[in-house]
Design a protein around this ligand. Structure first.
Ligand code: SF4
Length: 267
């Protein structure tokens, strides 16, 4: 991946000296993933860092990547995974890959056939036509069924490109950047991550998963690497799966109990 230009100011960005030779206009600045985000309050920044460090100590950062898919395949995988257990979405992805070794064949396939192949995921009747439409949208906009070109964009640009596809939101765009072979810095927020963040007071209870993405990202350092952000997502997700359950969280064995306003409050 090309280095992020925001950390390497172009010489043409320097103020022009009086009488200096004409120079070509400076290239537009390329925003990184935190571009345009309101800065998070200092107390939340400190707390998010403490949460990250403690959970990393428990779950062992750096966490190994669980996928090694090209970005287009990761897009399909992410669309299947919404509100679905990993084992079920993994089975559905495998079934699609076996039936359509070329994703172009999935676009042309009868939607009912796609729906049958992914019957184990939640809402297959919605996901089948959506995946076909999104792949078609990629081909129309990119000129080919390949998202490798996103590596030449900044994370913010790449996410905006993906989110311009109907049906692609911040969780999916972040997952494509972070989990695929792009390995770009982006913070996905899944339902476990979201629940734990609310209980810890990092975000307010009324903030939905989609709008929580920029809020939680803004609490983490601007220069964090892809691995740092992946670790943050993974440890919060793992904590939601293993300790901070949806019902009856195990606060008595939680490393965050002393800084959690919900400790021993949730039944
Ligand atoms: S103290 Fe309880 S509610 Fe708070 S993060 Fe830990 S398990 Fe969740």
């Amino acid at each position: 991946m090309a280095p992020n230009p925001i950390h390497h100011p172009h010489p043409a960005d320097a103020p022009a000296r009086r009488g200096s030779a004409r120079r070509p206009p400076a290239p537009p600045k390329v925003p990184d993933e935190t571009h345009g985000l309101d800065p998070a309050p200092a107390d939340l920044v400190a707390k998010a860092r403490l949460v990250h460090d403690r959970l990393c100590a428990v779950y062992g950062c750096p966490i190994g990547y669980f996928h090694d898919l090209d970005p287009l395949s990761e897009l399909v995988s992410s669309l299947l995974s919404h509100r679905t257990r990993n084992a079920d979405s993994g089975r559905a992805f495998k079934a699609l890959r076996q039936r359509y070794p070329d994703w172009a064949d999935l676009i042309e396939a009868p939607t009912a056939e796609v729906e049958t192949l992914i019957h184990g995921v939640r809402w297959p009747e919605q996901k089948a036509p959506r995946i076909q439409a999104i792949l078609k949208g990629v081909r129309e906009r990119a000129g080919r069924l390949d998202l490798g070109f996103l590596a030449d964009m900044s994370p913010a640009e790449a996410r905006a490109w993906l989110e311009a596809l109907p049906g692609v939101g911040p969780k999916t765009s972040a997952a494509v950047l972070s989990f695929s072979t792009l390995r770009m810095p982006a913070l996905p927020v899944d339902s476990h991550h979201h629940r734990v963040a609310i209980r810890l007071g990092l975000i307010e209870a009324h903030v939905a998963v989609g709008p929580s993405h920029p809020l939680l990202r803004a609490q983490l350092p601007e220069g964090w690497s892809a691995q740092d952000l992946y670790d943050n997502h993974e440890v919060l997700m793992l904590h939601g799966q293993k300790v901070c359950h949806h019902r009856r969280p195990a606060c008595d064995r939680c490393t965050l109990a002393d800084i959690c306003p919900s400790a021993f409050q949730v039944t």
